[in-house]
Design a protein around this ligand. Structure first.
Ligand code: SF4
Length: 1016
């Protein structure tokens, strides 16, 4: 059923927005029937859960009828905000308000189905048949293509011809099962949505501060004096989280600034807005760094004590005309050995506290950014100089100890080929201002999907293992070799260098994977893990698929064809698979890629020989488990109804498959069964592991009696661990994800806690559990000076009480390390200080640099004499013809989300479909006039890779910019439609975007590429 906006308002007979309509219960069907009655909430069961869309993680109350008696299955009929939730406090945005229609969507899958090769239809099958057929396909493919040893004879135990895409809204308990399932089978392609969204956040933040996560939390935004929203649009993408920015304005008189290619809904309530060309963010941020340094508007004491400004860099480091030292043009890669400190005889970095040494980081940074003058920034970004200086000045006002800036960003920074370095540039700005570790400060990476943070933490990524351990490469042939390479040594005396504990984390992970089969004698089963030889990220895997090198793909809660770059190429790749297994609550374009939907998906099913299985799974409202919001809060939620029809929990689907595959190996033998059969899959029901037992496995157990250094007992054999400080490297502890240890202790499920007491600054440590160790504000020791005195008396977040650090939060620091001990606050890093210079942690430079997007609207980068593009961007040779030029495609396209919709999920929810029923694009008035386009006309937007059509929204929100001496037009492309759903059919907008990826994370460019626009 499709209902237009006008019809809906007629039905409701009031001009209310969707949010209020949903809350009042005006589901269109009810209104249409002319019925009006109160909800019978007293007869309902109330279940606490969290919104499944974005990573604000708002609390929701699910109301269901049906008491569980025979034939009285629960059914959810109403959803509203949880007033106790410390972030959302009862609010829901238009997306959350439509949740009841997501749960009860007519597009929910009902039964397992198969589409046979060349067929034009789905065929209903039973679960037994589905599991049997898929297990057989997987085993046959694994037996034929599993690689035990590579050409050099090294043991690699990998299976590359079938891959697994994990969800980003499923629970952490499903996520860890994905890891055990895929790695146990030897898969090297295991990915999740993070690759396509916030990968650059981890790559940019972790080398800067030590961890790749949002530094502060949602509520803390209210403590800011200045808020810079750049590379994000939280009023639309994270509406309920954004209310804390509004709180800062109301109660803290905060100055809210928005820098964005469009005058968006965040800008509409900001104090200041400035336009910027999409793809020019690094130049803007490096210009700010130059402004701060050249005008001496930095927090000197913080910079000297808490950053690597005084440390001296090697003499052979250099930068010239866009290239850092060590570039190898043939390999399109850098040798990064010169990007590090000069070490003294003691092995520690040399330093100059006076900041006079020409090669100390401070002076190298000054030199590096001196090209980014306001004039240069304006030329590259199209931002008027006065606007740029306004932003600089307001940020500089927080270089004093008693004022802070909070930076909010999201996909507007990560969806660029240089995304990791944009985030690095913001880290440099905040370190110069002394704003990291401060209440109301920080860099707040606003994560997207509800559990993309969790799936990232759990290492559902090709090159990762849980807890930010890395998957071994084939050159790391023994556990010792792996640990030797992966365990960092301190670079400055007295520092914590917390990753020195890598052996404890890794051995405990292996014990979690292989249980009693992991022993010291067999390196704790290290050999059984797959070892990678090359990239297996999503973009690389689509390339391999397209070349016919992939046979099978299991896709769980991930609409690949709608999410990956260049949907046309993804479609062609899927058509070359032998089998595709889609596990999802809903119909998706990925499962239907073989169906002809006219110009929206113009394929011939008879030519597509892929066998496609479509397995119905539960949604968030039907499972118990935890999800991690953007602020690292692990929130436990509960099921309010069973999965509908024949849908099953993800755990049951994976458990049934794994059990059957193991049976087949036991019965028939096959290629290298050891990794699989030695996997610890000893659940109470191996076909259906419980969320609780998985959550406890993630947390970890004492496998022997444990004692501290003084011999005092700290845990008995068989007990749950209380902290990652208890982990051991001798096999006496297990933990599948060390950063989550503490989530379920002998005291109970910490993630289910609901004490919303404010301990100061809006901090609520009794609500749920935050990794690591329940810290809510990362690097919080940096809120006080080295002597322990808070930088700002009104922001006294932690204090030294004579014996230990205490205050509003758990110290992110050794609790007993006194002031002036010389231990610096960034405890995860080898030198203990924030990194202005990131050394060799990123592959494209220790300092950020502005490079033009692969498809640039200007002929040259004003900063460089060469191409001006990044010399190490991820590009596949076969994709070169798919890039367009500025003559044929003169306009810069940028894609984004709108308030009422969440990516490609809400198009299955009627309430959301009603308010955004149809595809549209935004263009400036000037561009519209030049093309004879009026508002409401249908326009065709094309790139070298394909086209879409949509309604033209002609708007002042998009401006014509002056860039490098020429006019540049930008085109706004919301992404929410497709050929499945209850909206009107539309195009997958990602058909337009190029296959070019960030050098560090291979995250594709979705926000700066070239298109043409015509009246259709
Ligand atoms: S989409 Fe995000 S902001 Fe909106 S209700 Fe859900 S969690 Fe909250």
């Amino acid at each position: 059923m499709q209902i237009g906006r006008r019809q809906f308002f007629k039905l409701c007979t009031v001009g209310a927005a969707s949010a209020s309509a949903a809350t009042l219960g005006f589901a269109p069907g009810v209104a249409h029937a002319g019925q009006s009655r109160q909800y019978k909430l007293l007869r309902a069961r109330e279940t606490r859960n969290n919104c499944t869309y974005c990573s604000v993680g708002c609390g929701v109350l699910l109301y269901s009828l049906g008491d569980g008696a025979k034939n009285a299955k629960g059914r959810i009929f109403h959803v509203e905000g949880d007033p106790d939730h410390p972030v959302s406090r009862g609010s829901l945005c238009p997306k959350g308000s439509g949740l009841v229609d997501f749960i009860n969507s007519p597009d929910r899958l009902k039964y397992p189905e198969v589409r046979e090769p060349g067929s034009n239809e789905w065929k209903r099958i039973g679960w037994d048949e589905a599991i049997e057929r898929i297990a057989r396909l997987m085993k046959d493919d694994r037996d034929a293509n599993f690689v035990e040893r590579n050409d050099m004879g090294q043991r690699v135990n990998r299976w590359a011809s079938t891959g697994f895409l994990g969800s980003s809204a499923a629970s952490n308990e499903t996520g860890i099962l994905d890891v055990k399932f895929a790695r146990g089978l030897g898969m090297v392609h295991l990915e999740n949505q993070a690759r396509l969204c916030h990968g650059p956040s981890v790559a940019g933040l972790a080398p800067s501060f030590g961890r790749g996560a949002m530094t502060n939390n949602w509520v803390d935004i209210k403590n800011a004096d200045v808020i810079l929203v750049m590379g994000g649009n939280p009023a639309e993408a994270h509406p309920v989280g954004f209310k804390w920015a509004v709180e800062a304005k109301i109660h803290n008189n905060a100055h809210l600034m928005v820098v964005d290619p469009r005058f968006n809904r965040t800008a509409a309530v900001a104090d200041f807005y400035s336009p910027i060309r999409a793809g020019a963010d690094s130049a803007f941020l490096l210009g700010i760094a130059h402004y701060l340094l050249s005008n001496d508007r930095i927090q000197h004491e913080y910079v000297r004590a808490y950053t690597n400004a005084p440390l001296i860099v090697r003499e052979d480091y250099g930068f010239d005309d866009g290239l850092f030292s060590g570039y190898d043009a043939d390999k399109r890669a850098y040798d990064r050995s010169s990007w590090t400190y000069e070490l003294g005889e003691d092995g520690y970095a040399l330093r100059d506290e006076t900041l006079q040494h020409p090669r100390c980081v401070f002076n190298l940074l000054k030199k590096h950014v001196e090209r980014y003058t306001p004039e240069m920034v304006s030329s590259i970004c199209g931002t008027p100089i006065k606007d740029f200086l306004h932003v600089c000045e307001r940020l500089a006002s927080t270089s004093v100890p008693d004022r802070t800036t909070s930076i909010l960003y999201a996909l507007g920074w990560t969806h660029h080929v240089g995304g990791s370095q944009i985030i690095r540039a913001s880290a440099i700005v905040q370190l110069l201002l002394g704003n990291i570790g401060m209440p109301g400060g920080g860099i707040n990476a606003l994560r997207g999907h509800s559990n993309v943070q969790g799936f990232t933490d759990l290492g559902v990524l090709a090159n990762m293992l849980p807890g930010y351990l890395t998957l071994p490469s084939e050159s790391q042939q023994s556990l010792q070799a792996y640990l030797d390479e992966r365990t960092p040594k301190p670079l400055v005396d007295k520092q914590i260098n917390f990753w020195r504990n890598t052996p404890k984390f890794m051995v405990s992970f292996l014990k979690g994977m292989y249980g009693e089969n992991a022993t010291a004698e067999n390196d704790f089963g290290y050999d059984w893990l797959p070892k990678w030889d090359r990239a297996y990220d999503v973009m690389a895997y689509v390339e391999q698929m397209h070349k016919g090198q992939v046979n099978g793909y299991i896709v769980q809660g991930f609409n690949l064809i709608a999410a990956a770059a260049s949907s046309g190429k993804v479609r062609e790749g899927l058509a070359k698979l032998k089998y595709l297994v889609v596990i999802d609550p809903l119909t998706t374009e990925t499962s239907s890629f073989w169906q002809n939907h006219g110009e929206f998906n113009d394929v011939d099913p008879a030519q597509i020989q892929t066998t496609v299985f479509r397995l119905p799974s539960s949604c968030f409202a039907e499972e118990d488990g935890s999800i991690a919001n953007s602020a690292r809060w692990l929130q436990w939620h509960a099921a309010a109804q069973p999965p509908p029809f024949e849908a099953q929990h993800d755990g049951r689907i994976l458990g049934s498959l794994m059990t059957r595959i193991r049976e087949l190996y036991q019965q028939e033998g096959g290629t290298c069964p050891e990794p699989l059969l030695n996997l610890d899959w000893n659940y109470h029901d191996p076909k259906s592991p419980h969320s609780e037992e998985l959550a406890k496995q993630i947390n970890g157990y004492a496998l022997a009696d444990l004692y501290d250094d003084s011999g005092k007992p700290i845990a008995k054999k068989g007990e749950l661990l209380s902290s990652f400080a208890q982990l051991r490297d001798d096999g006496s502890t297990s933990s599948l994800c060390w950063i989550y240890t503490g989530q379920w202790t002998p005291a109970g499920n910490m993630m289910a806690r609901r004490d919303n007491t404010d301990t100061g600054f809006g901090n609520t440590p009794g609500w749920a559990f935050a990794w690591p160790a329940n810290r809510r504000l990362l690097y919080n020791r940096a809120s006080a000076d080295p002597s322990g005195k808070p930088w700002d008396p009104k922001r006294a977040f932690l204090h030294w009480d004579g014996n230990a650090w205490a205050g509003a939060d758990v110290p992110d620091y050794p609790a007993g390390s006194p002031p002036n001990s010389g231990v610096s606050p960034f405890i995860m890093l080898q030198d203990g200080v924030g990194h202005l210079f990131s050394m060799g942690a990123l592959v494209d430079g220790p300092f950020p640099e502005h490079y033009e997007p692969q498809e640039s609207p200007i002929p040259a980068n004003p900063l460089h004499s060469g191409s001006g593009k990044s010399p190490v961007t991820r590009i596949f040779k076969d994709d070169l013809p798919s890039f367009g030029g500025r003559e044929e495609f003169p306009y810069v396209a940028t894609s984004y989300s709108v308030t009422e919709m969440f990516r490609h999920w809400t198009k299955h929810s009627r309430l959301n479909a009603i308010v955004q029923p149809e595809q549209f694009v935004e263009i400036s008035e000037k561009l519209a006039a030049s093309k004879g386009i009026a508002a409401g006309d249908t326009v065709k937007v094309s790139s070298q890779r394909g086209y879409i059509r949509g309604k033209a929204v002609v708007t002042k929100r998009v401006m014509t910019l002056q860039v490098a001496g020429q006019e540049v037009e930008q085109v706004g492309i919301p992404v929410h439609w497709g050929f499945e759903g209850v909206t009107r059919k539309g195009f997958l907008a990602n058909i337009l975007s190029p296959r070019v990826g960030d050098a560090n994370t291979q995250t594709p460019e979705y926000k700066a590429f070239l298109v043409n626009v015509e009246k259709a």
